[in-house]
Design a protein around this ligand. Structure first.
Ligand SMILES: Cc1cc2nc3c(=O)[nH]c(=O)nc-3n(C[C@H](O)[C@H](O)[C@H](O)COP(=O)(O)O)c2cc1C
Length: 181
């Protein structure tokens, strides 16, 4: 099983990056081959900028997503949506998402934005026929120890469990679809 994990926050100490690292660890424990992409390490132009989809970084991530049986997106919630970098990634890599199993891990400032991932989830289902894992992770600052520091890690048993369940669901659903391909 190949699973791509994409960390979409561009901040220096992102909570969603901590979620991404945690789910990558859980996936490896379950035997997955994990391709980890931290968007801070890519200088991706916005879609619409001439040449943006053909940049080295966009090509690298597109190839990795194409290979994956499942894609897990760890993203911040901005303005009741995922951040623009996450959406731009989809705009740049488009067809690589076709028929993929996709799961989400969201970092947010408060509890009120719980359904913010649905815009991206809907577009992935409608545009690329993605199978969206209904169980997703939604964490706020209270769910982390040493929040906002380099030592930050998941500090809530509930979120740890949700991450484990998301990893298991990605393996189970991704594996089942791969075996029928
Ligand atoms: C421009 C902007 C918009 C935001 N919009 C929301 C929002 O709509 N709902 C929310 O709960 N938090 C919102 N937040 C807070 C972030 O979701 C929160 O800081 C989160 O930890 C960011 O993810 P990261 O730590 O992975 O970068 C916003 C933050 C910024 C900078």
């Amino acid at each position: 099983m190949n699973v791509a994990v994409v960390s979409c926050s561009l901040r220096s100490t992102p909570r969603s990056y901590v979620l991404a690292c945690d789910v990558a660890d859980r996936l490896r424990e379950l035997g997955a081959e994990v391709a980890f992409h931290d968007l801070r390490e890519y200088d991706l132009d916005l879609r619409g900028t001439p040449g943006a989809p053909d940049s080295h970084g966009a090509n690298e991530i597109r190839a990795s997503l194409k290979q994956a049986n499942a894609i897990l997106v760890a993203a911040p919630v901005y303005n009741f949506d995922v951040n623009a970098a996450a959406k731009n990634l989809v705009e740049l890599t488009g067809g690589a998402w076709e028929d993929k199993v996709v799961g989400f891990l969201c970092a947010a400032g408060g509890r009120a934005s719980y359904m913010s991932v649905m815009g991206l989830a809907n577009s992935l289902m409608l545009d690329f026929r993605c199978i969206v894992i209904p169980r997703f992770v939604y964490a706020t600052g209270d769910d982390f120890e040493n929040d906002g520091t380099e030592e930050m890690r998941v500090g809530s048993a509930g979120i740890e469990e949700r991450i484990r369940e998301l990893a298991q669901a990605a393996m189970r659903i991704g594996g089942a679809l791969a075996s029928t391909a």
